[in-house]
Design a protein around this ligand. Structure first.
Ligand SMILES: *Cc1c(COP(=O)(O)O)cnc(C)c1O
Length: 183
């Protein structure tokens, strides 16, 4: 029980309970962080769990989010719920138009929620320009990189703060697993 007591004192890092830390998942997290060129990664049970966890960690009542209008539907729905029920304001912009991001910024803008290419229409954002704009105004950027995967695009190198994936999709590739990650 001494080992257990010690682990409970370091519950964020110790492998006490699998939802928190699991050695196999930790290995996957290290691999994905390396693929994206990121500091560290956190896996989730689904892509939407990763997206929800990230948004809930970053945004609080009274904040404003700028979201690409062609973002994955359920991610948009989540932001819509935040708007209706939790007093988070959301502005949807044409992601191909960097000036639209600049015009949407408010004093309380906390996050740019990006997805490039977008679901459905495969529209692109100029990630270097959009992230430079965000950084100059103290705004965080999170991008859903599920479509490209780090094989084709590494958004952290282009200035993004956080990269999200549905591991369910192209990343795993075989319709045989469900997962998500934030890097
Ligand atoms: C499917 C998908 C998600 C959500 O992932 P789940 O693992 O199904 O929860 C998020 N983003 C994109 C672009 C997707 O295609």
């Amino acid at each position: 029980h001494e080992a257990f007591d010690a682990a409970m004192k370091d519950v964020l890092h110790a492998t006490v309970y699998s939802r928190g830390n699991n050695p196999t998942v930790a290995y996957l997290e290290q691999k994905i962080a390396a693929l994206e060129g990121g500091e560290s990664a956190r896996c989730f049970a689904s892509g939407m769990a990763a997206i929800s966890g990230t948004i809930f960690a970053l945004v609080k009542a009274g904040d404003h989010v700028v979201c690409v209008d062609q973002a994955y539907g359920p991610a948009r729905e989540l932001l819509g719920d935040l708007e209706e029920r939790y007093q988070v304001a959301v502005t949807y912009v044409d992601g191909t138009d960097t000036d639209a991001f600049a015009a949407a910024i408010r004093p309380n803008t906390k996050l740019f929620y990006l997805e490039s290419p977008t679901s459905g229409l495969f529209e692109l954002q100029d990630l270097r320009a959009v992230t430079a704009l965000a950084r100059s105004r103290g705004i965080l950027t999170a991008i859903d990189n599920s479509w490209a995967t780090p094989y084709f695009q590494r958004p952290l190198a282009m200035g993004c703060d956080l990269v999200l994936h549905s591991l369910t999709k192209y990343f795993s590739g075989h319709s045989d697993c469900l997962g998500g990650v934030v890097v």
